[in-house]
Design a protein around this ligand. Structure first.
Ligand code: NAI
Ligand code: MG
Length: 357
């Protein structure tokens, strides 16, 4: 298979972990006879420094022509005092919008060896392996009007969805559930919100198309509680934009480190942008100690969701798990075992892919 991938390393550890992901993808290409070509572009702080714009037009144009995009992270203290149009995050929000990415997928897995790295009790996190599917381009964050009125004494935000916007995200979630353990939890606030009533209606209708998936509706407040008291009951969770924002940050503590969490943001045709959940980590940037796992697992998600290379994605995910279970870990994870840096972690993963594939 021949694919062209745009790399947006960004700032801080984004650059370091991107090198790891690229090396892993090159190994996969060699082992499985694929041809991956790469093209790097600036985004965020790096792009402000070089082009005076957090999202230069050439970056956007290159992403639109690519088969998929990998992004590191943006930001850092150097640009914190900049006016809002010259902030690194502008690059991130801009590219997601330009590419029309409506579905955000965040898998969260409690790896056996890392259970004690979680702030929650080991027996609570044990066995948790879930995927949050968050609607990314609608809902409360984009609905209009959103404004202050009457000299600022009255405010309004709008939770707006069309039936087709709900249908496409719900479809995506059902398809993910089919590829996993076949259970979908739809999270809403249908006891109060009109938008949630339509959401529930759509899920109920759609489930006839996916008879192999079991469906459960949970109110968002109850879901927030269940996520930290009994996370292993979840397989796929689907929810609207703001609920998903909050629940995915809550769920991210299950694994113990931000350095473990990948994400995908997808368009309807399968095109996607893949990035770790973490930021540019200025406190450790340049030290060679960043955990590359979140970025590497993001590359695996790219193989799975944009290129349908399921076997290759499985190989990366299984290898990462086996290296962690063998006791190797970066400094962000506090397990007993052998502490390694970014490069050594990457080499271990690459070496193990070569022996198993
Ligand atoms: P952060 O995720 O960069 O770091 C939070 C803490 O986790 C730090 O102590 C960091 O060292 C650690 N950490 C994060 N990723 C790690 C990894 N792969 N390996 C080892 N340790 C890791 O979040 P923070 O500090 O709030 O933000 C730093 C900068 O990143 C800010 O400029 C912020 O705006 C930006 N940011 C960018 C994001 C993105 O590009 N998607 C997301 C979040 C923050
Ligand atoms: Mg958030």
């Amino acid at each position: 298979m021949k694919k062209h991938i745009v790399l947006l390393p960004g700032d801080g550890i984004g650059k370091e972990v991107m090198e790891s992901a690229k090396a892993v993808l090159n190994t996969i290409a060699e082992e499985f006879n694929h041809s991956f070509s790469f093209e790097s572009h600036d985004i965020g702080g790096a792009a402000i420094d070089r082009h005076g714009n957090p999202l230069p037009p050439e970056t956007t144009a290159a992403c639109k022509k690519a088969d998929a995009v990998l992004l590191g992270a943006v930001g850092g203290p150097k640009w914190d005092a900049n006016p809002s149009h010259l902030r690194p995050e502008r690059g991130l929000l801009g590219i997601r919008k330009e590419l029309g990415l409506f579905a955000n997928l965040r898998p969260i897995k409690g790896f056996e060896k890392l259970l004690h790295s979680s702030p929650l009790k080991e027996e609570v996190v044990k066995g948790s392996d879930l995927l949050i599917v968050r609607e990314l381009t609608g809902g409360l964050y984009f609905g209009t009007p959103s404004e202050r009125r009457d000299n600022g004494q009255v405010v309004v935000d709008t939770l707006f969805y069309t039936r087709s916007e709900i249908e496409r995200i719900v479809d995506k979630a059902f398809q993910c559930a089919q590829q996993r353990r076949g259970h979908l939890t739809s999270v809403d606030k249908a006891n109060v919100l009109e938008s949630s009533k339509l959401w529930r209606e759509v899920v109920e209708k759609k489930k006839q198309q996916y008879p192999d998936v079991t469906v459960e509706h949970v109110l968002v407040d109850a879901a927030a509680m269940k996520l930290i008291t009994n996370p292993s009951q979840f397989d796929v969770i689907v929810t609207e934009n703001m609920f998903g924002d909050i629940l995915s940050d809550e769920a991210s503590v299950l694994t113990g480190s931000l350095g473990m969490l990948p994400s995908a943001s997808l368009r309807e045709d399968g095109f996607g942008l893949y990035e770790p959940v973490h930021g540019s980590a200025p406190d450790i940037a340049g030290k060679g100690v960043a955990n590359p796992v979140a970025m590497i697992l993001s590359a695996a998600m790219m193989l799975r969701h944009s290129f349908q290379l399921t076997v290759e994605a499985d190989v990366i995910e299984d290898t990462v798990e086996s290296i962690l279970n063998a006791g190797f870990h970066t400094a962000d994870l506090k397990n007993a075992g052998k502490k390694v840096g970014t490069e050594e972690m990457t080499s271990l993963i690459i070496g193990s892919i070569k022996t198993r594939s």
